[in-house]
Design a protein around this ligand. Structure first.
Ligand code: PLP
Length: 397
């Protein structure tokens, strides 16, 4: 039977029935090691007892009230995020794209409130991904997401990644902000060098621009710090987060300094579902775990272990995997075979990985992954690379 769903995804022919930590289980009881974590969403793995408890307890009390009333769990989550970051205020949404929409609107409103409504343009970087709404596809600048959807939303200027001169040239009297992922996720785990982030901060300060960081994929412990920009010691004015922050419950947030948010007064922006009690209960539960002593150290240790062991896999299969990129538990393998073929072959080894741009596959295990699971994943990656390597040699003969 054909599917009744809009065919916007080429789905793998597998359906999972349940999950346990870093594992997903099909109805037939086949177990897959999940090194995709729902594209960096299931930060605490599947069916984490603390999250299940938080969600079910809240579900029995109250689901939704609208933002016309106070939501104490949201006040609490906002306070905790603010206390843990550069930010003074938080706006909750349901997704990464919505968090970015809030960030974009906030940056424009900041200048409008300062008497410069003509400053609405935002400079973004090639290879970026900021979501699939009309504004965020324009921000991401990828033609394959823009084509066919009518006039591109105005106000986004894109420059090549790492081209400082092009960046400086793109800044003009209408520029409001720069927007960047500290590590490009969909773009292929391309890390922005610390020097470049510092340079962006300096440019923003010099020209009165806001620095927006999209930490939708890199945030909430993924790199071994709460947010990836902490590694560089560079703080944004506005930051979006989503994916891992709800541990699988749809949740996004736009965090900002009070100064950057100066234009966002009552009625200037809104959302029906954003910040509802279910999402806030789960968001707080995720933070309980991620902010606990030693949790980020665990992420770092597992990331280092994974990277180290992968070094040996590359040595054995240099034609299949040529490079490891990334930090903590957001790693990318640059491939010499098509990443779609690698993803399918890994699936045959019962290992889930995620393709990305630049012919990379992403390894994004749940942050609670154990040493034994890291070792298991490395074995399965080694087997995957071995099989693809043998196929390559077969084809060459
Ligand atoms: C996934 C992602 C988004 C979009 O998030 P959605 O929840 O799919 O809207 C935006 N930015 C980055 C960096 C992402 O990885």
């Amino acid at each position: 039977m054909t599917s009744a769903l809009l065919p916007t995804y080429a789905r793998a022919p597998i359906a999972f029935e349940r999950g346990e930590g870093a594992w997903l289980v099909t109805r037939d009881g086949e177990r897959y090691l999940d090194f995709g974590a729902g594209i960096a969403v299931n930060a605490l793995g599947h069916a984490h007892p603390h999250l299940v408890e938080a969600l079910t307890t809240q579900a029995q009390k109250l689901w939704h009230t609208s933002n016309l009333f106070e939501i104490p769990e949201g006040e609490r989550l906002g306070r905790r995020l603010v206390d843990a970051t550069f930010a003074d205020v938080a706006f909750f949404a349901n997704s990464g794209a919505e968090a970015n929409e809030a960030a974009i609107k906030m940056a424009r409103k900041y200048h409008a409130a300062g008497g410069h409504p003509e400053r609405f343009r935002i400079v973004t970087f090639e290879g970026a991904f900021h979501g699939r709404t009309l504004a965020t596809i324009a921000a991401g600048g990828q033609q394959k997401y823009i084509d066919g959807f009518g006039p591109k939303v105005d106000g986004f200027d894109q420059v090549p990644f790492g081209d400082h001169d092009a960046l400086v040239a793109a800044i003009g009297p209408e520029t409001a902000a720069l927007m960047i992922e500290p590590i490009q996720g969909e773009g292929g785990i391309r890390t922005v060098p610390t020097e470049m982030l510092r340079g962006l901060r300096a440019l923003c300060d010099e020209h009165g621009l806001l620095l927006i960081m999209d930490e939708v994929q890199t945030g909430v412990g993924r790199t071994g710090r709460l947010f990836a920009h902490e590694w560089a010691g560079v703080t944004p004015d506005i930051m979006s987060a989503a994916k891992g922050i709800g541990g699988g419950f749809p949740l996004g947030v736009c965090l900002a300094t009070a100064e950057a948010a100066r234009g966002m007064t009552a009625g200037s922006h809104g959302t029906t579902f954003g910040g509802n009690p279910l999402a806030m209960a789960v968001g707080n539960a995720v933070l309980d775990v991620v902010l606990a002593d030693g949790f980020l150290d665990h992420v770092l240790r597992m990331g280092l272990l994974l990277k180290q062991r992968l070094g040996a896999v590359i040595d054995r299969h240099p034609g299949v995997i040529s490079e490891i990129r990334g930090t903590g538990l957001i790693l990318g393998l640059k491939l010499g075979v098509p990443n779609t073929a690698f993803t399918a072959a890994a699936r045959d080894e019962r290992l889930l990985v995620i393709p990305a741009g630049d012919n990379v596959v992403r390894l994004l295990p749940p942050l609670i992954v154990s040493e034994a699971e890291v070792a298991e994943a490395v074995e399965r990656l080694d087997a995957t690379a071995g099989r693809l390597g043998a196929q390559m040699r077969g084809a060459a003969e």
